[in-house]
Design a protein around this ligand. Structure first.
Ligand code: PBG
Length: 324
């Protein structure tokens, strides 16, 4: 590829040639739109560290889902913010809990929308951990039963996809078995397979009021230093029945996204998390970066790294630009 025979800039001369040789393209098809649903009606409360993202009551969430659908986004992901929390997260698997009711309303208002639900009890426990706590430790196996019940009530309500984000061992297998026994053999499992113990979840924990009240999540979420282990997690979840696997967060873990994409044959999702979203907004508000350009470059990079789908709070904003 020696100069002057080869000049790379020949293929960068104008917009048309750039369009022809572009290797990665984003579209609204790539996005899953995360939403926070709370009790009440007419509630639309902005999350301070996440401008443009709200905690909404069901009626308002339905409005947002309709907008998402109009923009061509294929899926939404629901997080519940219950009024009541307790030690075992009972509201998480209440058949009439906040997410279960939201799923029913969304499915009746916008049946074409793929509805995914986050399966994890941390938003529902008073201690804020993703598992049952015994003697100050997060215990694995007793948590599996609760997660399975939670997933089942979501599927009963009509969820198309359940997405376990707790990082307990064996939860995908337990959930698959429970779903199948309940006749939900077509419910899809999107597992948060390589989920790292990350600082970038900060704004989410404010949104969902789910910060752990003691300790941290490092005994169940992955060590950010480990790449081989992420493949072990991913393979294990696929063996247990995960239909799709997720890497989370996204931008600091692009190498993980690429290695997962190269090593598995199931679809790979990447979660562009709350802190990644907040940073773009914070810098843009200060005039330090062009927010729109930084958003599009971030999402494009996640796709280029190998993600088939991107969970992002920018979903609607980016779709509007892509549809222009
Ligand atoms: C756990 C869960 C978290 C996120 C998604 N599911 C928080 C955590 O593990 O502490 C984070 C998402 C984000 O930061 O955008 N239910």
């Amino acid at each position: 590829m020696a100069f002057p025979l080869h000049r790379s800039r020949r293929l960068r001369q104008n917009a048309n040639i750039l369009r022809l040789v572009r290797e990665t393209r984003l579209s609204a098809d790539d996005f899953i739109d995360p939403m926070f649903v709370c009790e009440g009606s007419g509630v639309r409360q902005e999350i301070s560290a996440m401008p443009g993202v709200h905690r909404c009551s069901i009626d308002q969430v339905v409005r947002d889902v309709k907008e998402s659908h109009r923009l061509g986004i294929p899926a939404v992901l629901l997080f519940g913010i219950p009024d009541k929390k307790d030690a075992v997260g009972s509201e998480a698997y209440n058949p009439d809990g906040i997410v279960q009711r939201a799923v029913r309303e969304i499915k009746s208002a916008v049946p074409e929308m793929l509805v995914c639900t986050d399966v994890c009890i941390d938003e529902y426990t008073d201690h804020g951990h993703c598992g049952v706590v015994k003697d100050g430790r997060i215990v694995n196996d007793p948590t599996l039963e609760l997660l399975s019940r939670m997933a089942r009530t979501h599927a009963d309500a009509g969820a198309d996809v359940v997405a376990p984000s707790d990082m307990m061992d064996g939860r995908v297998g337990a959930i698959r078995k429970t779903l199948d026994e309940a006749g939900h053999e077509n419910t899809i499992i999107l597992s948060y397979a390589a989920k790292f113990a990350s600082a970038f979840y900060g704004p989410f924990r404010e949104a969902a009021d789910s910060s752990p009240k003691f300790g941290d999540r490092r005994s169940y979420q992955m060590d950010p230093a480990n790449r081989n282990e992420s493949l072990k997690e991913v393979w294990q979840d696929i063996e247990e029945g995960a239909d799709m696997v997720m890497v989370k967060p996204a931008l600091p873990y692009l190498d993980i996204i690429r290695s997962v994409r190269d090593n598995v044959t199931v679809p790979v999702a990447a979660y562009h998390v709350s802190g990644e979203y907040a940073m773009v907004h914070a810098a843009a508000r200060n005039g330090w970066v062009d927010g729109e350009a930084a958003m599009m470059e971030s999402l494009l990079s996640i796709k280029r790294a190998g993600a088939h789908m991107i969970l992002t709070y920018f979903a609607r904003e980016a779709a509007k630009i892509l549809n222009r």
